[in-house]
Design a protein around this ligand. Structure first.
Ligand SMILES: [Zn+2]
Length: 226
């Protein structure tokens, strides 16, 4: 089993790395945002409850969020492992989740923490352009479209999101830090956290992640052999 939490601020490349991990290690990628939308769409019991809060403009309570995540990772498609993205968001969520999965096949194997230089992150996001038509993303510095302002995929117009500016980003990074620091500290104490420098090239970041996961799998195998 290979159960991973992936953490990192928006723009650190979590999406790209999650896709690679999912493909390479045959684990199920669960983004909590998608999970919520799915549960509501499928009108499950938990989805209905969560929807009541969202409709009322309230935050979905921790207990409900945890129940949804535990329910989701318990499904058969996670037998080989899961990759959780966007959870836990607080120390309470982490603590309760731990007690529910500890000693089971859903126990956390690794926490991959993507760290990124703040200035680099800001530059990346300020240079981000998105296709109005199909949502494809570009970067004017590292991944520009073939023709300026036009999507390679569909020919649609590219634009810069209103929130993709320094001020918004600095605020978002700060609240991300405040939110996740206790969670990271908690998992550090359990020796689960592996920091990966996400300021590097995609190839190098992937190389480092692969090394972390392969080391873990090797150790697990060694333990079983004993
Ligand atoms: Zn497009």
């Amino acid at each position: 089993m290979l159960n991973i939490l992936i953490m990192g601020p928006a723009g650190a490349g979590k999406g790209t790395m999650s896709e690679l991990i999912e493909k390479h290690y045959d684990v199920t990628h669960i983004s909590t945002g998608d999970m919520f939308r799915e549960e509501v769409k499928n009108n499950t019991k938990l989805g209905q409850k969560a929807n009541e809060y969202m409709q009322a403009g309230l935050l979905v309570p921790d207990e409900l969020v945890i129940d949804m995540v535990v329910d989701r990772v318990s499904r058969k498609d996670c037998d080989n492992g899961y990759l959780l993205d966007g959870f836990p968001r607080s120390l309470i969520q982490a603590n309760v989740f731990d007690t529910k999965v500890i000693g089971t096949s859903r126990d956390i194997s690794l926490v991959i923490n993507l760290t990124v230089d703040q200035e680099l992150l800001i530059s990346r996001i300020e240079n981000r352009r998105v296709c109005k038509n199909c949502g494809a993303t570009y970067n004017m510095l590292t991944l520009p479209p073939k023709q300026e302002g036009i999507c390679d995929e569909c020919g649609g117009p590219l634009y810069q999101r209103k929130d993709d500016n320094r001020e918004t980003l600095e605020k978002r990074l700060e609240s991300y830090r405040i939110e996740t620091e206790p969670v990271l500290e908690h998992y550090r104490k359990l020796n689960l956290v592996h920091d990966v420098n996400a300021s590097q090239s995609i190839e190098k970041v992937w190389f480092d992640i692969e090394r972390v996961i392969d080391n873990y799998l090797y150790e697990q195998k060694h333990k079983e052999d004993k």
